[in-house]
Design a protein around this ligand. Structure first.
Ligand SMILES: Nc1nc2c(ncn2[C@@H]2O[C@H](COP(=O)(O)OP(=O)(O)OP(=O)(O)O)[C@@H](O)[C@H]2O)c(=O)[nH]1
Ligand SMILES: [Mg+2]
Length: 467
């Protein structure tokens, strides 16, 4: 593989590092060089499992780039890049994708009362054209693609044969403490009764889709096939369902294995070729707080899903995936909704997510330069405060609850553990976090939303291009 590696084109990060000897003018020269090569163009993927915060993050990020120039205080780390000598942004349509509904989301968030975006289930995107003020021709084009993390998880299927995938998928669904175990047993019993008739496959797959929906509603996230969880037109027709090893050799098992092969070839691979393989950078959003609140089994499952998603970026070490080689040179993993905890907990939250990944068998396979972790609240819905509790002053947060709507509360959320607690250390009452309604953003139609670390996230993602 070494020879092939040597021939691959340099990544954007490598080009940037190579240009650093140009000194103070490096950024400009680097961009000019890239533009001459037609490389002033970056495609950025924003993904995360359902509810991770993709729509809110994408909206807030684009809105901040769009309006940050007039309000440099709102994005302090990037006040130079967005200020009078910095960039202006224009939003355009992306030709090859349905449009990201930016205007609708901004309208909802800035309405009175404000609304979070409605759940989205499809691939969409937009183009941001950044032009340097007073420097005609110095331009960067950002294509931003928002896609379901559930589809990213399907990349795992390309590394496993049907039997190995079935065993892993069924082990997760039936893991100790996992919700829906009875439903899983019922589904397996139905599959065993149906054997050996291959004609039972479509009905079983449909029932498996219903089972996955119940598991998703109970909080599980590492669910496959991803297109049964977040549908893609035409994919359910040959999606597979996992079967136990004991059924191998029968006609039903063979029919499912054939569906599995077709699903990989006709759904998973084309998606990666058409979208994933064209990404230069990737943001992975992870609702670690929501997963902690849902309990030990759900947290373990969600963290496993994140690990599987990140494993798709270590493409250089996976010969099987080599034909799907991507050019992603930077992956930014963000724990979202940081405003659900007090500022005192941000360090722990970052460590929880970064540490969970550092402990995996993939960790050594990803270049440190490539992978970055942080915490973010794209829209800050709470304020910091103090509360007296158990005869002590405790850091607290204040905001309007999401359920029941419109009730303002001051509360002390659970401390965030710096690493996943061992089973016996998991708190008896669990981790308790509230969800919040958006704050009043009626004055923010043309100014960045209040946030936590959005400027830092943008800097980690694009600082080399923007400075
Ligand atoms: N307080 C707070 N809540 C947030 C933030 N971002 C997301 N949320 C909450 O998370 C929910 C889901 O956010 P979305 O941005 O819709 O998540 P998504 O990943 O696009 O979800 P799907 O479209 O369903 O896949 C929102 O309705 C909010 O309740 C944030 O920055 N702060
Ligand atoms: Mg969405």
């Amino acid at each position: 593989m070494g020879g092939v590696e040597a021939l691959r084109p340099p990544t954007l990060d490598e080009l940037r590092r190579a240009a650093s000897w140009l000194g103070g003018k490096a950024g400009e020269a680097w961009r000019a060089g890239n533009a001459a090569l037609g490389r002033n163009h970056l495609r950025i993927g924003i993904t995360g499992l359902s509810g991770a915060g993709k729509s809110v993050f994408t909206t807030a990020l684009v809105h901040a780039l769009h309006h940050g120039g007039a309000h440099p205080g709102a994005m302090p780390l990037l006040s130079g890049a967005l200020g009078p000598r910095g960039w202006t942004a224009t939003v355009e349509r992306l030709e090859d994708l349905p449009p990201f509904p930016l205007a609708r989301h901004v309208e909802g968030l800035t309405a009175e009362p404000p609304r979070w975006p409605e759940p989205t289930r499809a691939l969409c995107g937009l183009r941001l054209r950044l032009a340097r003020r007073h420097r005609p021709g110095d331009e960067v084009v950002l294509d931003i693609v928002d896609y379901p993390g559930e589809w990213l998880l399907d990349l795992e299927l390309l590394q496993l044969d049907y039997a190995a995938w079935s065993a892993a998928a069924l082990a997760r669904l039936g893991a100790e403490g996992a919700p829906c175990r009875e439903a899983v047993d019922a589904w397996l019993a139905r599959a065993r009764d149906a054997a050996p008739d291959a004609r039972a496959a479509p009905g079983l797959v449909e029932a498996h889709g219903e089972l996955l929906a119940a598991c998703a509603a109970a909080g599980l996230r590492h669910l496959q096939p991803g297109r049964l969880v977040v549908p893609q037109a035409g994919a359910a027709e040959f999606a597979p369902a996992p079967l136990p090893a004991g059924m191998a050799g029968g006609a039903l098992h063979a029919a499912m294995a054939a569906r599995y092969a077709r699903y990989r070839e006709e759904v998973v691979e084309p998606f990666y070729r058409a979208h994933f393989a064209r990404l230069d950078r990737q943001v992975v959003l992870f609702d670690a707080i929501g997963a902690l609140a849902a309990g030990e089994a759900v947290f373990a499952d969600a963290a496993g899903a994140l690990e599987a998603a990140l494993a798709s970026f270590r493409y250089r070490r996976v010969p099987l995936l080599d034909r799907l080689r991507t050019r992603i040179d930077r992956v930014l993993v963000l724990a979202t909704k940081a405003d659900h905890v007090t500022t005192t907990q941000y360090l722990n939250l970052r460590q929880l997510v970064a540490g969970r990944f550092a402990g995996t068998r993939w960790a050594g396979a990803i270049d440190e330069e490539m992978l970055r972790f942080d915490v973010v609240a794209a829209v800050r819905a709470t304020q910091d405060g103090w509360m007296r509790r158990d005869d002590a002053q405790r850091a607290a947060i204040c905001g309007k609850l999401k359920h029941p709507g419109d009730v303002a509360r001051m509360l002390v959320p659970s401390d965030v553990p710096p690493e996943p607690p061992a089973r016996e250390a998991w708190p008896a009452g669990g981790f308790v976090y509230a969800e919040f309604a958006p704050p009043d953003l009626s004055g923010h139609a043309a100014r960045p939303f209040p946030n936590v670390n959005l400027d830092k996230a943008l800097d980690l993602l694009l600082g080399d291009w923007l400075r």
